[in-house]
Write a protein that binds this ligand. Sequence first.
Ligand code: Q9C
Ligand code: ZN
Length: 343
Amino acid sequence: MQLFFSPTQLDHDPKKEISDGKLVDAVEVPKRAEMIFDALMKLPQIEHKPQQDFGRDPIAQVHDRAYIDFLAAFGALWAEAGRSGEGFPFVWPGRDFRTDRVPNHLDGKLGHYSFDAGTPLTDKTFGAAYASAQSALNGASALLHGDQASFALCRPPGHHAGKDYYGGYCFFNNAAIAAQYLRDQGAQRVSIFDVDYHHGNGTQSIFYDRADVQFLSVHADPMDEYPYFLGHADEKGVGQGHGHNFNYPLPLGTTADALMAAIGAGLAEINSYAPDYLVISLGVDFFEGDPISQFKLTYADMPAIGTLLKTANVPTLFVMEGGYAVDDLGRNVATLIDGFLAG
Ligand code: Q9C
Ligand code: ZN
């Protein structure tokens, strides 16, 4: 199994985030990727090779050009405004405000292109998020070349990012970019299974009106957990997309049995859709020790999740999403992948 990761992804190195009403230490930190990389490299089946640059075009198949350009320009705009440190939005369009005009002022732009105040933006964010998306594209390309499975160690993560907004530590939607690339290279149908503690709102929104990409997500119930405003079971898709979106919200405190049952239900839908490729948005923030999450999966539960995911029996790309228990992160991901490879 090929592992894709570029050290440029470490350049996004925020110090603080806004959480619980104050500036606290950031949890989405470069060390996350280092821990996962080191642990995966210890698996004998993993190989890591230099990766290709696919350019901006495949990113622009998912994200608006103006949004990409804003992220690329942010560092210069922030410095020009005489500001230092990390950028945070503080004003958003309310329900009946206008969104058809992008404000000139940087604070207006930040609100226009985001949906939360919990995601620090730095002058290095664009480069790291671009490199993260390239890892996903390399992983997709490996499947197109015949690999049965590949792992894109994406970080910053992607599943909360929509076509023209960031949030939830996500800037480019790596899983969506990979799925779109697979379609553009000839795949007829692609499934994206989001197995992260949080609902993959960005990915759902990107494909909500489409029948060619099926989206499924297991996650903490949005009534009680971030991102709060999307991820309910009655969101089924619209137009051509109706019947191709599946949400499995679960209560806080969920343990392995219930999470595995929901994953099993998702796998049954994937099986009847019969995709050419499966993209798994994988976050291990369902771990009991995760500092921002409230599921109760243990280290011992991880291999069975990997083995269960293997039963999809479709060429599979893993795209890394969340997981913030930094010291346990590497072994949690590696043992889940070991379970997948053994399955
Ligand atoms: N007080 C992903 O897992 N903020 N993103 C939590 C806790 C948002 C998580 C604040 C969490 C986003 C990719
Ligand atoms: Zn998450």
